[in-house]
Design a protein around this ligand. Structure first.
Ligand code: ZN
Length: 501
């Protein structure tokens, strides 16, 4: 009886996963190949498919199966028990929002997105203000439907970073803000600054493409189970563990923006290719959280791809692809160039020293909006004040200020903190890896990435969704999320690079 129920549940969840992945494929095509005139029909197809998937998953049949299996919990093996637990959690969250509310939210999202595009283009927050006010209101109602302890912001955070609360991250972020602001100031005032006049040379896009594929293959990305294409915004998407695709964008005047994009998305893709075979086509084959996902991309992009040992290996390799542009340029020069610190107004262009500051100011603002401590009309002033305080920069207009990100126009609040948490987790995980794999940098210097990948596979990728984010960090590092490892990582890298004391 139990086996029979379990078989039915697996089949139902499998069909749900298939519907979701079919939608993801349509979305991938939209971003990569679709001609512009296809947009309207594609929008309808995506809405139909996601509506079908949602109705199928939240149908009473799913709930009845889950309930029957929960009653038989004692007779389930650990994997089956975990599957029922995770699916029940998803089912519970997915059925808390009334259908009328979901529709209202979706309609506002689509309106808000179009208004935001125009407001950003004309750099005029006032056009977007009424929409943002409705988005905040809808998110507050969503929090009430979902339920929470502490601040309503926690209900929103839960969707992206299960088990992590605003009360946990606020003090960590305060420490980061203080320490990183101080470090950035010292770097800005430093007399020693890396210069890279050779960056002004010509960087063939064909060579950039070939080099990025070479790097993806070297770090262990399975090209038989994935591919790289170009898109306006780089992203990773998966339709199965055996079909995980990445995109990147190339700049003719900067060979590293595309390469680092490939490494970043490659880190996400290694995670998705690494789920355990026994979890395929179930909700267990998924990321723990967005923060854990981001920790994998930051591990490969920053911890590895911006390290000196990596460039000791790859400076000569890269010179084969760019014999003229890299003539006379060595590992140390590339290392310095890819670690240039420059406070900027735009989050997506930020370096490792300033990135979290962009996130913290967004977290503080959206939390204050949700808690009713900040009026929507005051967002630009609050934003510009924090940019001045954290980064020492004047914000000349809304387009380069509070209108720069797409997230709020999509209705997403509680998402931003996961980017900073990804940086923190990566540094925390790296400290643990170095204790267990003290030869890590020798491996990297030799272009051997399997020891690192196998470590990540065993401890993180193959676990799928068996842990919450907080549990996984505790399990892997023995400690709760903290700022210390990331701050040590920054100090060790940037003190010598900028001749700080
Ligand atoms: Zn990412």
């Amino acid at each position: 009886m139990t086996e029979d129920l379990l078989g039915q549940l697996r089949e139902r969840l499998g069909e749900y996963v298939d519907l979701r992945h079919a939608g993801a494929l349509l979305h991938w095509d939209q971003e990569v190949f679709m001609p512009p005139k296809g947009a309207e029909a594609r929008g309808r197809q995506l809405a139909t498919l996601s509506g079908l998937a949602h109705r199928f998953f939240t149908a009473p049949e799913t709930g009845d199966l889950l309930k029957a299996l929960e009653d038989r919990r004692d007779s389930l093996d650990p994997d089956a028990a975990k599957l029922v637990e995770v699916a029940s959690y998803d089912y519970d969250r997915a059925t808390r929002l009334p259908e009328a509310f979901v529709r209202e939210f979706a309609e506002e999202q689509s309106k808000a997105y179009h208004v935001w595009v125009k407001a950003r283009k004309e750099s005029d927050f006032r056009q977007f203000e009424p929409n943002l006010a409705r988005i905040v209101e809808l998110n507050r109602r969503k929090a009430d439907y979902m339920g929470y302890e502490g601040t309503p912001y926690n209900a929103l955070l839960e969707d992206y970073e299960r088990g992590v609360t605003a009360e946990t991250i606020a003090p960590i972020f305060e420490t980061l803000a203080r320490e990183q602001r101080d470090l950035v100031q010292r770097i800005t005032n430093a007399s020693q600054r890396p210069r890279a006049p050779w960056l002004k040379r010509d960087w063939s896009e064909d060579a950039q493409w070939a080099f990025s594929i070479r790097i993806l293959e070297d770090i262990g990305y399975d090209m038989e189970a994935g591919r790289q294409d170009r898109s306006v915004h780089p992203f990773t998407t998966a339709f199965d563990v055996n079909d995980v695709r990445v995109t990147t964008r190339l700049a003719k005047d900067d060979p590293f923006s595309g390469l680092m994009g490939s490494l970043h998305e490659g880190g996400h893709a290694l995670y998705e290719q690494g789920y355990s075979a026994k979890d395929w086509r179930t909700p267990l084959a998924g990321p723990v959280s967005l923060g854990i996902h981001e920790s994998q991309s930051r591990m490969w992009e920053n911890c590895v791809g911006r390290s000196l040992p990596f460039w000791e290996r790859y400076a000569p390799v890269m010179r084969e692809y760019f014999p003229e542009a890299l003539e006379g340029v060595g590992a140390e020069q590339i290392y310095a160039a890819v670690n240039t610190v420059e406070p900027s107004l735009i989050r997506v262009e930020a370096d490792e020293c300033t990135y979290n500051l962009h996130i913290i100011l967004r977290f503080e603002i959206e939390r204050a909006l949700i808690e009713g401590e900040l009026a929507v009309a005051d967002v630009p002033a609050a934003w510009n004040g924090k940019v001045s305080d954290f980064l020492g920069l004047e914000t000349p207009d809304d387009a380069r200020g509070c209108l720069q990100d797409i997230h709020w126009s999509h209705g997403a609040m509680g998402y931003f903190p996961t980017y900073a948490l990804g940086n923190l987790y990566a540094a925390q995980i790296l400290e643990r890896i170095l204790e267990e794999l003290p030869g890590l940098w020798d491996h990297v210097r030799a272009g051997e990435f399997q020891p690192l990948l196998q470590w990540l596979r065993a401890r993180i990728h193959q676990q799928g969704r068996r842990y919450t984010a907080a549990e996984m960090i505790a399990e892997v590092t023995g400690k709760p999320p903290e700022s210390g490892p990331f701050l040590r990582y920054l100090a060790e890298k940037y003190t010598p690079l900028y001749g700080l004391r």
